[in-house]
Write a protein that binds this ligand. Structure first.
Ligand code: FES
Length: 249
């Protein structure tokens, strides 16, 4: 017989007129190998079909099931209940728009980020359908692979003090995204052009260096290392622009 778990879930559906935010307790028996994702599904199947939460892959790949588990942003599908006390809380991620209960809209936030950060390869080369693929150096490909591991779950954003108080901050996930293009030799942007995009308080200089993002990344991306690289580049680009007499807004 497993432990009796009490899962205290945040409940609030902004689409129901008059609904009020509250915590609701659910009790269920734990079993071997149970993840929080499985526990929430059990609640929805056996106790309360109205409980809202997101998931797609169940394998820490899609990033949908991120939530505050006992106050810390984590993936429900990657969290074993045996690592939690018998009573714990689950709440939706802060920063993102609440859809209902534990479900938040990370999609709009990340889409906006991709556009603001211009997160695509910028090149003047004409695309040739008939050209053979150019082989990339293995080391560069591996370096790019690391930041590409981001699953856009939002855990780093939710754990970031700056992102919690400044809605326009692109967060370490945004800076990590730009890092990925900065180290890609196919992207022809100059450092000054990157500076235009993230050389400001909403970009790389908005981070106060508490490293909470790094602590919470479920894919263990070295966010702080990547941020430090981008920040060094942008500081140098800013100085260069200043000495060239370019007015920096
Ligand atoms: S369900 Fe996809 S990351 Fe958890």
């Amino acid at each position: 017989m497993g432990r009796q778990l009490t899962i205290s879930c945040f409940r609030y559906n902004p689409n129901i007129p008059g609904d009020k935010p509250r915590m609701q307790d659910y009790k269920l028996e734990e079993y071997e190998g149970m993840t929080l994702f499985v526990a929430l599904n059990d609640i929805r199947e056996k106790l309360d079909p109205t409980l809202m939460f997101d998931f797609v892959c169940r394998a820490a790949i899609c990033g949908s099931c991120a939530m505050l588990i006992n106050g810390r942003p984590r993936l429900a599908c990657k969290t074993m209940t045996r690592t939690l006390p018998s009573r714990f809380t689950v709440m939706p991620l802060p920063v993102f728009k609440l859809i209902g209960d534990l479900s938040v809209d990370t999609g709009t936030w990340f889409r906006d980020l991709q556009v603001r950060a211009e997160a695509w390869i910028h090149t003047n080369k004409k695309f040739d359908f008939n050209a053979l693929e150019v082989r990339m150096d293995n080391k560069i490909a591996e370096d790019i692979y690391d930041p590409e591991q981001c699953i856009e779950c939002g855990c780093c954003v939710a754990n970031c003090i700056t992102a919690n108080i400044r809605p326009d901050f692109i967060g370490s996930t945004g800076i990590n995204r730009l890092y990925r293009f900065l180290i890609d030799p196919r992207d022809e942007r100059t450092d000054a052009e990157y500076y235009e995009v993230i050389g400001n308080e909403d970009g790389t200089f908005g981070c106060v260096g508490l490293m909470a993002c790094d602590d919470m990344c479920p894919k263990e991306i070295p966010l702080q290392e990547n941020l430090a690289y981008v920040r060094r580049k942008m500081a140098a680009a800013g100085l260069k622009l200043t000495f060239q007499g370019v007015k920096i807004s």
